[in-house]
Design a protein around this ligand. Structure first.
Ligand SMILES: [Zn+2]
Length: 188
């Protein structure tokens, strides 16, 4: 019983102290609100935004400006879309563009055939392993030569040994076979 009375009196003390502390704070906030007419400030703010919007909408501007801006935005969106889809759908082998096939190094590119829905090999050319550059082609007899070190593959004279003449058709078949069997360096 005595303990309960003690608790009650402690509770009263807390209540009195908090009201003593809170009352001045509360009245301070009330005074601040009274000093600054918040509602009218808010109204002024809304009306200035409204008049700014009205001014913007009534701004005299040539129609072609808008057309130019809209076209630029549309073009940017289309290009970004194309780039994103390309990145998303480009296959694993897209970076496999150089390899030693049979006895020579070859380099090539890919072109996506949208009617056949497949990648075709294009620009297939021998590659000078020494100078790290694509060799050029000379006709009659067909000769591939490096414009830098002048090393060459000549269809007329190299028909035996490690420099045996290679046909592009065969090399393309080997590349496609490597792609098919996933025998190419792949991204981690
Ligand atoms: Zn070379």
């Amino acid at each position: 019983m005595a303990q309960n009375q003690k608790k009650e009196s402690a509770g009263w003390k807390v209540a009195i102290v908090s009201s003593l502390l809170l009352a001045p704070i509360g009245s301070l906030i009330y005074d601040m609100i009274k000093a600054k007419p918040i509602l009218s400030t808010f109204q002024a703010w809304v009306s200035s935004i409204y008049s700014w919007i009205v001014w913007l909408l009534n701004y005299p501007i040539k129609t072609w400006y808008i057309l130019v801006v809209v076209s630029v935005v549309v073009i940017i969106i289309v290009i970004a879309g194309v780039l994103m889809t390309d990145k998303k759908h480009s296959p694993d082998f897209i970076d496999y563009k150089i390899d030693k096939l049979k006895n020579w190094y070859w380099s090539w590119d890919y072109w996506y055939n949208s009617t056949q829905l497949k990648y075709n090999i294009i620009n297939l050319m021998p590659y000078c392993g020494k100078c790290q550059m694509i060799m050029l082609e000379r006709r009659d007899p067909v000769t591939y030569y490096c414009p830098k070190c002048e090393f060459q593959h000549d269809s007329g004279s190299y028909n035996f040994g490690p420099n045996k003449w290679e046909e592009k058709m065969d090399i393309e078949a080997l590349i496609l076979d490597n792609i098919d069997k996933k025998r190419y360096p792949r991204k981690a």
